[in-house]
Design a protein around this ligand. Structure first.
Ligand code: HEM
Length: 176
């Protein structure tokens, strides 16, 4: 069970959070609307806390020697101590699953009813996709294709919050 716990929390949860980040971040670029913020916060917190409530206790079951790949562990008397824990994990799992349905609802609802994006670069990002029109057409840019002059991580530089990749490097610009 230690393997089940550790593998899912490290590989599974991190992969899912990466996908969620991408969807929330690029949703305005895909549909010209934002996903609902309140539902997003509920989804984030219930998933984060829930994931740890599900998988953290499984590590202890592993320490106690509980094997994986068994549907029913009742023939081991010593694992009876984990009945309550298993029940708690099951309840939290149902809750975490429910907020994933809420996320799917938020996705489709926001596609049609979400708050409209009114600025080209709502997150203050440096990368090129945020220089396209709010609803990009074929070829993405209306006029000239922009040039990239810098890497994508010029945040908090020279007193500026972010510097777009399309901006040429200034003569007096610091090198870090
Ligand atoms: C909806 C998501 C998932 C569910 C419901 C799920 C459920 C399960 C269950 C019930 C087991 C067997 C536990 C046991 O043997 O007692 C298992 C094993 C396992 N899962 Fe997942 N899992 C999910 C996602 C993932 C992801 C994303 C990964 C990897 C990135 C992963 C990797 C593994 C591995 C390596 C095992 C052990 C397989 C073995 O025993 O040989 N799972 N999972």
């Amino acid at each position: 069970m230690f393997v089940i716990a550790h593998f899912h929390i490290v590989m599974g949860v991190s992969a899912f959070f990466g996908m969620f980040c991408g969807i929330y971040h690029w949703f305005p670029k895909m549909y010209g609307r934002y996903m609902n913020n309140t539902l997003g916060y509920i989804h984030f917190w219930v998933t984060l806390i829930g994931a740890y409530l599900i998988f953290w206790p499984m590590h202890y079951q592993g320490f106690a020697g509980m094997p994986r790949r068994y549907l029913d562990k009742s023939s081991w008397v010593s694992f009876g101590q984990f009945h309550g824990l298993d029940a708690m994990i099951t309840v939290v799992t149902v809750m975490v699953f429910a907020v994933q349905l809420m996320f799917v609802f938020n996705y489709f609802y926001s596609m049609y009813k979400g708050r409209k994006v009114r600025t080209l670069n709502p997150w203050g990002a440096t990368t090129l996709e945020w220089t396209t029109p709010i609803h990009p057409g074929h070829g993405n840019w209306d006029g000239e294709i922009p040039e990239v002059h810098r890497w994508a991580y010029d945040y908090g530089k020279d007193g500026r919050d972010f510097i777009p990749q399309t901006e040429p490097i200034g003569e007096k610009e610091s090198s870090h």
